[in-house]
Design a protein. Structure first.
Length: 453
């Protein structure tokens, strides 16, 4: 994965080097292999000085054991967030918060780290403890959003928080703070808030999503702490907008998954088939030639199917699911009785969805066990998701293989076994989900859910 020349030249040069977040890569011996310009500027060391040295050399001595525990989790291939101090070349101690992401390559495990400097935020937190009046003066004009929550309402919010959420103070103080938390994060944020308010949970750094007045979603990172405000317990935090950092981490993960899968297809599946073709050419045997032609067809299929993964990691935009269904299903009307029950549903996706629909329709026709299968295509809305159901009246999917149909290489007819596997991978890369269950009275239902735009 990490030795793809196009990935290194295009991605690292244009994105990583110019990123406002510090980015570094080290191996499983902690040796630094790469740092971007922000890391150079923040530490005072040049790239030449840092590459080849140990990442632990930068860590402040009091935080070494904590960072070693973080790295232990990384080598178990977990994505971990951390907060620690580091030493600059001039001897200054500064704070950072970030993510470390494991990347499995052919020659071993590597770690990609992303961090932002939170020294200013830590200093502000210390000043809050020492002098509440100084806190109000400094924080109210801070570019970082800040708040104090007590009970079920805001009792303080600085201008940056009001700007971020898009509300006036008069509006905000009458609203429940949890209303601004993304539904998927709300339970966790509420539980931690109540535990912290009661003194059962210490201060900690973590991230969650907030929803603004116009419906936009931002990632924020804070370190909520329990304080006494006007004689009663409250929770306060200074926030950092980490949307770009989370998006970068997500893109790195998607690129890593894509490169891993393409590498597998190129090195294993296609190379094995090429070996058969070479043997047929050398031996000039008719049966081998027939087998070679089948292998060539298989190679073409593999390349086409892997292209869907490439499209899935690209930009997403508003897609009318019903339009894509009609476009793909039209080519199957000559081999199946296609019925439509479609409504316009706009989802966050791209062209890769067409390959998913095509794969499912092709499977319905191929595995139906009927001379002419009937397929019903339905689209609808369920909460935050747009839903596509593809129902057929074929022989269905036996219970014993329902959990296996999306596995890599699984096939009951000797095909590549990558069609439904790649379909599932595409849907997951788009932030959706796919499943199969029984149709009534016969056949199967493939259900695809994608986030609404």
């Amino acid at each position: 994965m990490i030795n793809c020349s196009k990935f290194n030249e295009d991605f690292w040069r244009l994105v990583a080097d110019k990123s406002l977040a510090g980015i570094y890569v080290h191996d499983d011996q902690y040796r630094i292999l790469y740092v971007n310009e922000i890391v150079e500027k923040a530490t005072g060391y040049s790239r030449e000085e840092l590459v080849g040295s140990s990442i632990l050399d930068l860590v402040y001595h009091e935080d070494l054991e904590k960072i070693k525990k973080v790295l232990d989790k990384i080598f178990d291939e977990e994505i971990v967030s951390y907060e620690c101090r580091y030493l600059t070349k001039s001897g200054k101690v500064r704070w950072v918060w970030g993510y470390v992401t494991p990347v499995r390559c052919e020659d071993g495990l590597y770690v990609i780290g992303n961090w932002i400097d939170i020294t200013k935020r830590k200093q502000l937190e210390e000043q809050l403890k020492e002098n509440s009046e100084l806190f109000r003066v400094l924080v109210h004009e801070s570019p970082n959003p800040a708040y104090i929550v007590q009970g079920e309402k805001f009792v303080y919010a600085n201008k940056s928080l009001l700007d971020l959420l898009g509300y006036t103070w008069d509006e905000l103080k009458r609203m429940n703070p949890l209303n601004f938390v993304h539904p998927e994060d709300r339970e966790t944020v509420e539980r931690r808030y109540r535990e912290r308010l009661s003194g059962k949970r210490a201060a900690e750094t973590y991230s969650w999503r907030v929803i603004t007045k116009d419906g936009s979603v931002f990632w924020v990172t804070g370190r909520p702490s329990r304080i006494m405000y006007k004689g009663k317990p409250a929770v306060t935090s200074i926030l950092v907008d980490t949307t770009d950092l989370h998006m970068l981490t997500s893109e790195l993960k998607k690129k890593s998954e894509y490169l891993s899968l393409v590498n597998k297809i190129l090195r294993h599946d296609i190379l094995n088939d090429i070996t058969v073709v070479e043997a047929a050419l050398e031996m000039n045997d008719e049966k081998l030639r027939e087998n070679a032609m089948r292998k060539i067809d298989r190679i073409v299929t593999l390349i086409k199917e892997s292209k869907a993964i490439e499209e899935a990691v690209g930009a997403t935009y508003s897609v009318n699911l019903a339009d894509y269904v009609r476009e793909v299903a039209r080519s199957y009307e000559c081999v199946a009785d296609i019925q439509y029950s479609l409504m316009d549903v706009f989802v966050k996706a791209n062209e890769s969805v067409k390959s998913v629909i095509d794969n499912i329709l092709r499977n319905a026709v191929t595995h139906s066990g009927r001379e002419r299968v009937t397929i019903l295509l339905e689209t609808c809305v369920e909460g935050r998701f747009g839903v596509l159901r593809i129902r057929d009246d074929g022989k269905g999917v036996p219970d014993e293989i329902k959990d296996r149909v999306f596995e890599e290489g699984f096939s009951t007819i000797g095909s590549t076994g990558l069609g439904l596997f790649i379909a599932k991978k595409v849907v997951e890369l788009l932030g959706g989900e796919i499943k199969v269950y029984d149709n009534v009275p016969s056949g199967a239902v493939f259900e695809l859910k994608l986030r609404r735009y």
